[in-house]
Design a protein around this ligand. Sequence first.
Ligand SMILES: Nc1nc2c(ncn2[C@@H]2O[C@H](COP(=O)(O)OP(=O)(O)O)[C@@H](O)[C@H]2O)c(=O)[nH]1
Ligand SMILES: [Mg+2]
Length: 243
Amino acid sequence: MPDPRPPRALRLGVAGPVGTGKSSLLAVLCRALSGDLALAVVTNDIYTDEDARFLRAEGVLPAERIRAVETGACPHTAIRDDISANLDAVEDLEEEFGPLDLVLVESGGDNLTATFSPALVDAQIFCLDVAGGGDVARKGGPGIARADLLVVNKTDLAPYVGVDVPRMVADAQQARGGLPVLALSRTDPASLAGLTDWVRALLARYRSGAHIPTDPGPVAPHSHSHSHSQGRGNPHHGDSTQP
Ligand SMILES: Nc1nc2c(ncn2[C@@H]2O[C@H](COP(=O)(O)OP(=O)(O)O)[C@@H](O)[C@H]2O)c(=O)[nH]1
Ligand SMILES: [Mg+2]
């Protein structure tokens, strides 16, 4: 019988529109989990390494465990179609600091349509916030509908932007057919615990071999010159030398 346990860290992606709180969510996870798990982070920014600098400044992890990938003008491409720069960053971190338990990958924050390739991450969180409007969860898209976890962030702002959080969560649940939805705010410790509990449970499933990566589906139609040939699963499993 082959050993079902994975040979490498769990790779967890965090996608969602710019400003919804992805970097803040990564900071929360690093603070909560770095005491007993070995972590590293890859950020994707369009033109800068702003997210990596933010996380280093927060001091949530040793600075060298936070790597930035500059994606250029097409941020979804770097996490979906041509994932080599991201895979290199993840594999370099694993090689330098491994064995790691968890590598977090933040997307460049394109729009509602960006999702990670399952060849890059084993699971993904899609992050919305209440400031984007209560109806955004009804707008759908692959991340909203099929990410492993949908976060409705910044619930503390709901009274200021006229959003009914229970209704937004219910709409999201309806769009997701039973997949989990988490209302989150950095001012609500119980919600932060809910997030870290979900990640720990995912890690346990991953380690036992019970977690099966699923593809939320491609981005909305767009044109570019390369092919969409990335398959499911990770073609680099156990081979850290391949780009
Ligand atoms: N009120 C409130 N603001 C938040 C929360 N989480 C993040 N923010 C703020 O939202 C802004 C964008 O957050 P950031 O993590 O950079 O978003 P990203 O672009 O998705 O990575 C920053 O000003 C954060 O301080 C939250 O729970 N409540
Ligand atoms: Mg960010």
